[in-house]
Design a protein around this ligand. Structure first.
Ligand code: NDP
Length: 468
């Protein structure tokens, strides 16, 4: 069994690198190795050399190896969760570190078992044509710091399944989590099928422009996504872009506020709000506004926040000072506008950790910065509406569209509202849940391309028609 100490030793260095500090305590965890852009080229060349043999194994063999990789993740799950909790800040419990590691194993298994998306497109006695999905070659996988293991698996599992090799670039803020995951997977995978290149954004940029990389899977901010679109033009590199969101939730007047409060809370505060498809602005009908606010305060006020390794906690610190400053600035802007802070909003500024308390802000102008900018943290604005058309117009009024949710006792009514919302996923009476067989992706500036299920496999392959 892998221990935290042995896994940490395997992914840290005594030499130069990046100091990794615990965002909850400021304590040093270790030094992560970093590489330069030349090493990206070397990694891509090695991955390209390994790819034909990996593709030649065939689907059954690769799927078996993905299952063995899931076994390895499960065998090291506590060590992985502890590295993740210490470095990212998320608690072990709640929908956090152990949950994330469990999702890695689950996604590997479902991806391994998803049927190959080959399709007979015409078979009419005269013509016969099949659509096959062939490996692309080398896939570059670039990940953010919020769910550093799970998002990496979302990118690399389908890519490997389809016969590609992968060069993975973890976020500079969560290098140990990215390296630890790859270390565990590589106890099972053949050499050079999966290579991690630890370091900052310039390594991602080098990966995007490398002519031997056929596809970039990217999850991160819209700003970086736009740079990747430009940089990929030279080689016409294929892209899947999962970019930022500012998900709206619309609560209809027929809900039972107490019954939905806990789901609303986790929709917004999962991973302490640092989640792409979290509920980031909540539009509540006037009839139930006060009752929903009250029920949310009761739930949010009872959720323990603190150091991730403490088994009692379900909310943690923000991962980095930059994100703390974003949340702080937006809540201060809301306060200055006269919005009513129902809970939180007043962080303890002298402590070493980046803790920002769970914050609920009511009676806020729909155009306030806390509503229209992505907070990516534990601060939820609650906007009052009386006309549903207005709420839908506000929900659709931003240039992003990752997820959204509609809350109602009447499922048919909620589905009618969902059809009018511009978002890649609209949940009904929940927010943010993902499933390895349900396609996931954004519209507008939240990106393009789908992940998960058969659509996700197609996205990491090149289509080829065999006609005749
Ligand atoms: P960033 O866009 O800053 O970084 C994402 C990754 O891209 C990091 O590994 C980063 O490296 C790398 N990168 C930076 N510059 C370049 C470049 N020019 N070319 C290629 N890669 C580059 O996002 P964050 O890590 O700050 O993540 C938070 C953001 O991501 C939020 O806005 C959030 O909404 C969004 N997000 C979206 C998700 C989705 O599924 N739609 C999921 C999770 C987050 P480094 O950090 O080392 O510099």
């Amino acid at each position: 069994m892998t221990t935290y100490e042995s896994l940490l030793a395997a992914v840290t260095t005594d030499g130069d690198g990046r100091e990794v500090l615990d965002p909850a305590t400021g304590e040093r965890i270790g030094t992560a190795p970093v590489v330069d852009t030349a090493a990206v080229g070397d990694a891509v060349a090695r991955a390209a050399a390994a790819q034909p043999a990996w593709a030649a194994l065939g689907h059954a063999e690769r799927s078996a190896l993905l299952h063995r990789a899931a076994d390895a993740v499960e065998a090291s799950s506590e060590a992985l969760a502890e590295i993740l909790s210490r470095e990212q800040g998320k608690p072990l419990n709640g929908p956090n570190a152990r949950f994330e590691v469990g999702a890695c194993a689950a996604w590997l298994r479902v991806t391994a078992d998803t049927p190959t998306p080959t399709q007979v497109v015409v078979d009419d006695g005269t013509d016969f044509a099949e659509l096959h999905y062939r490996p692309i070659g080398v896939v570059g996988a670039i990940t953010p710091w919020n769910w550093p293991m799970m998002i990496a698996i979302w990118q690399l599992a389908p890519a490997l399944r389809m016969g590609n090799t992968v060069v993975a670039k973890p976020s500079q803020y969560t290098l140990l989590s990215g390296l630890a995951l790859v270390e565990v997977l590589n106890t099972v995978l053949p050499a050079d099928v999966l290579i991690a290149v630890p370091g900052s954004g310039e390594l991602g940029a080098a990966l995007v422009t490398d002519p031997a990389v056929g596809k970039i899977m990217f999850t991160g901010s819209t700003a970086t996504g736009k740079k990747i679109i430009e940089a990929s033009a030279g080689n016409v590199t294929r892209l899947t872009l999962e970019l930022g969101g500012n998900d709206a939730g619309i609560v209809l007047p027929d809900v039972d506020p107490k019954a939905i409060a806990e789901q609303l809370f986790w929709g917004a505060f999962i991973n302490t709000g640092q989640t792409c498809a979290a509920l980031k602005r909540l539009y509540v009908h006037d009839d139930v506004y006060d009752a929903v606010c009250e029920a949310l305060v009761d739930v949010a006020g009872a959720m323990p926040m603190g150091v991730g390794l403490d088994e009692a906690n379900v909310l943690g610190p923000l991962q980095n000072a930059m994100q703390f400053d974003v949340v702080d600035r937006l809540v201060e802007a809301a306060k200055a506008s006269g919005a009513r802070v129902l809970l939180g909003g007043d962080p303890e500024r002298t402590q070493p950790g980046h803790f920002y308390p769970a914050t609920l802000v009511a009676d806020i102008d729909p155009a306030n910065a806390l509503v229209v900018e992505e907070q990516f943290g534990p601060a939820l604005p609650i906007i009052r509406y009386s006309d549903l058309d207005d709420a839908i117009a506000l929900a659709n009024g931003l240039d992003v569209g990752l997820g959204a949710s509609v809350w109602s006792a009447d499922r048919d009514r909620a589905r009618e509202v969902a059809a009018r919302i511009q978002a890649g996923t609209v949940w009904i009476n929940s927010h943010g849940g993902v499933h390895p067989m349900i396609p996931f992706g954004g519209v507008k500036q939240s990106g393009y391309g789908l992940e998960f299920g058969a659509e996700g496999l197609k996205a990491v392959a090149v289509p080829q028609v065999v006609n005749g």
